[in-house]
Structures are given as C-alpha cells and as structure tokens.
Design a protein around this ligand. Sequence first.
Ligand code: GLY
Length: 360
Amino acid sequence: MTVRLGVRSYPVYVALGLISGVGSLIAERLPSAAKCAIVTSENIWGIHGRALAKSLEAAGFEADIVHVPDGEKAKSWSEAARLIGELLDLGFDRRSTLIAFGGGAVGDLAGFVAAIYLRGINLVQIPTTLLAHVDSAIGGKAAVNHPKGKNLIGAFKQPGLVVSDPELLASLPEREMRSGLAEVVKYGVIADSKLFKNVEEKGDALRDAEPDALTEVVRRCVVIKARYVEEDERDLEGIRAALNYGHTMGHAVETLMAPRMRHGEAVAIGMEFAGRISAGLGLMEEGELERQRGLLASLGLETGIPELKLGDILDALSRDKKVEGGSVRFVLPTGIGTAPVLRPIDKDLIVQELGRAGVG
Ligand code: GLY
C-alpha cells in the first residue's frame, strides 16, 4: 500500500516473514541511505534483533544499535537528547537513516529525533506491536511527552518506508495484543462495519495472534489510516481528528494511571465514554453502543472509568490539545462503521457523564 502525500509519499509493506526482506526494501527505496541506526529496546532486540540484523547485513548495510527504554519511558526530552548525542558520536550525517524497531513509544521517539536531527534525516518504521502496526507507525505523528501531558512536544515526520511483519506479533504479551485490538475496534467503529464484524467473528484468533487473521486486519487498518492521513496530513481539517476516537478521555485516564495502563486499554475506556455521550445526545443508537461494549468486553478490555478523582480527570482533560474555550472536543460516534462527528462538549455534561460512570 502507498500513503499518497505528494513528494512525501511512501509504501507500507504488510506481509508475514517480511523482516527477512527489510534490508533489500531499504536499499531499493532509500538508495542513499548510507549509515543506519536501529532504535530499539533491549527486550525487542533480544527477541527479534537477529532476524533484522541478518537482513540488513545481507543487503550490505552496517547498522549501529541504539537502545532506548521500553514503553513510555522512551518518550522524554532526555531520551531524545541522549539519542541525538549517540548519533553525533556515531558520525551520523544528513543522508543517514534511523530505523525505528519497536512499539509506538520507540516509533514516536525515533520519528521525533529523525525530524529534528540535522533538520531531518531518513526514517524507516518497523513496528513490533499491534498498536504500532495499525496506527502509530503510519502517518508521521512523532512526539515525546512533557510532564504536563502526553505528546506535547513533537513534529510531523513521515517515514520513507514502513515494513510490517505480523509474524513479529506472535511473541506479543496478551495484554499488549488486547491494547492493539482496542485501536482495531476504533477503526471498525469510525470507518468500517465489515472490519468490526470481522473482529467480532475472529476475536479469539486475533487474541491468539493467528497470523492470517492478523495480517488481514492489519492490512485493512493500514488502508483506513492512510486514507485519513492523505486527506488531512497535519490534522488541521477535522478529518484526521476522527482517529482520536476514544482518545480524549483515554489520554486523561492513561496519564493519570501511568504507568499502570496501556494506551489501548485507556482508549477502550475513552470509546465507551464518548459512546455514552453520543447515545445521550441521540447521535448513536443504544444498541450500537452495546455492540461496541460487547466486543471490547469479549476482547478482555475494561470499559469502566478507574477509581480516579473528578478534579484530576478534569485537570488532565484541560491540559489536552483538544480543549476549546470552556469545553473539550470529543470525537462522537454515530454508529458502527459510520463517520463520527467532532463536537465541543461542555464541562457540565462531562461531569454529569462521569457521575453516571461512578466518578464523584
Ligand atoms: N493516532 C492518531 C493519528 O495518527 O492521527
């Protein structure tokens, strides 16, 4: 598949076993790729490093490995500065290539550094989590966190190439798989009722990382994501914003629960919350909301708001990039597979809905 963005267009390859062909894909797509550095965590490198190293070596690349912490700890100013220091020590120039080999956090950090190092160098995304396969590796959003909120320091940095090998997902812990499946459900609700039905039917196979079921779902999600990115690359037209379904309350809960909650787990909670607001406003049928709730539950995802203080949730919401005046912008679903709407929701209604969810 190709993400069509004029001069910034790039291919996304999705196939089982593709890790062994990464070297030749990079050589073909980025012929001037000169030096490469693989940004990865020790854990991911330990599991999949050999396959990637072999493939790069076979294509004639000499790749340095730069380890970063696992998970959200990677997404900080200090990690970005440390990574930049390592690239300088390694003599990386403007023709060098950064290979992000990991989940969403590694991809976000590497993407951010690739955007700012010497005003920008090549980036290749090789996702290793389901969430990164279906969402964060595509579309160029790159960021690190600030103590006041997630993703507050960032850039748009489209990769030159994305290589997705769903076989890498076989070693994913079950909780990580569930977290990624929440984002798959998101795509089903906002854009594709067939995808939603597919997940309803093949939920167990997906949870068990059945390779063909996963490949089909990843391909579908990549096509959907590419369409939103092509129409609204910089998230300014209110089109790409639909991808933030479940992320308004989701980000607030994730920030407050950090590091105990996975991104997708928080998004599942956020989708239920946005769905309830939608149903309350008559935008979505109660039955559709129940179907969403049922699917999330069958995937092992909780949808209730965790025990948090009302004031803390409101503070976290107000620090989010989605605040407009006194209200908070929500992506509200209109059904399963139909385009959602973007609405500013008044604080009073949010408080009322939180009250119904047991937050007082
Ligand atoms: N993950 C949301 C976006 O890429 O816009």
